[in-house]
Design a protein around this ligand. Structure first.
Ligand code: BT5
Length: 234
């Protein structure tokens, strides 16, 4: 499997690193770290993580063909994370569209895709692995693989499973299979939500994911297909 790895003990953000150096690096370069001083979430939010306890990494995509799938790459990545979590015999893994992986309704992983098309894309993944306590005031309750699996997890082994699986799934895209997995694990299904799309707010019920991985929300008898935005459960 063709990919490269760089590891830092500490860095500001693995996404920022790849955005600054993408010209020098090749497709599927993975950058991981034990600690981020400026870990980023979406919309200028912060990703926090205790040093050495979790898996934080980003990977670079420069392959032009794959970049054509850019709108769904973070969703496809969330699917692969969820599948790997299930190999730890964890039940109740779900994906909260568009970018969160949950276990038992708690957030275990977030995905942040950034970049500049058509040149490159960076997919950043923060996965709580061995952290047992989380700060107050997170947007939703958090958990870690260790809390759910009831055992500490070897982060290196987890990387060795997840990195090649991500690469393999993106090289050998099987959108129908990923879509089917997403639909089965769709946390938002049948939930009443507030969706903020391009500064417009819609209240409605989630009825599914369409064939383009858009979230389907029914509001006032109208079916919306949402391709990006913030979703809040009511
Ligand atoms: C995300 O944003 O969930 C995307 C997180 C991506 C983090 C990775 S780590 C490697 C790479 N380098 C980076 O700098 N970032 C990426 P969002 O949906 O906006 O969620 C952010 C919110 O999640 C925060 O405002 C907190 O409320 C909450 N949060 C922060 N740290 C958390 C954690 N460790 N576990 C669960 N929730 C957390």
């Amino acid at each position: 499997m063709q990919y490269h790895q760089i590891h830092f003990q500490e860095i500001d953000s693995t996404n920022t690193y790849l955005k600054n150096t993408y010209k020098l690096l090749s497709n599927f370069t993975f950058v991981s770290t034990d600690y981020q001083s400026h870990g980023k979430g979406r919309n200028d939010r912060t990703w926090s993580s205790e040093p050495g306890e979790n898996l934080m990494f980003s990977f670079l995509i420069k392959d032009k063909n794959l970049l054509k799938q850019s709108p769904i790459i973070s969703l496809l990545s969330a699917v692969e994370v969820a599948k790997v979590l299930e190999t730890y015999k964890i039940k109740h893994v779900s994906i909260k569209w568009p970018n969160d992986v949950l276990i038992n309704d708690k957030k275990v992983c977030g995905v942040l895709a950034e970049g500049q098309l058509p040149d490159y894309m960076v997919v950043g993944i923060g996965l709580n692995v061995n952290q047992k306590k989380f700060p107050e005031g997170l947007r939703r309750p958090a958990t870690s693989l260790c809390l759910e699996h009831k055992k500490d997890i070897n982060i290196e082994e987890l990387k060795e499973k997840l990195f090649p699986q991500l690469v393999d799934s993106l090289i050998n895209l099987n959108l129908n299979k990923s879509l089917e997995y997403f639909r089965i694990h769709n946390y938002l299904l049948n939930k009443r939500v507030k969706a903020i799309v391009n500064n417009q707010t819609f209240i409605g019920e989630v009825v599914g994911i369409d064939d383009s991985f858009c979230l389907q929300v029914v509001t006032h008898g109208m079916l919306l297909h949402i391709d990006s935005g913030e979703i809040e459960i009511l």
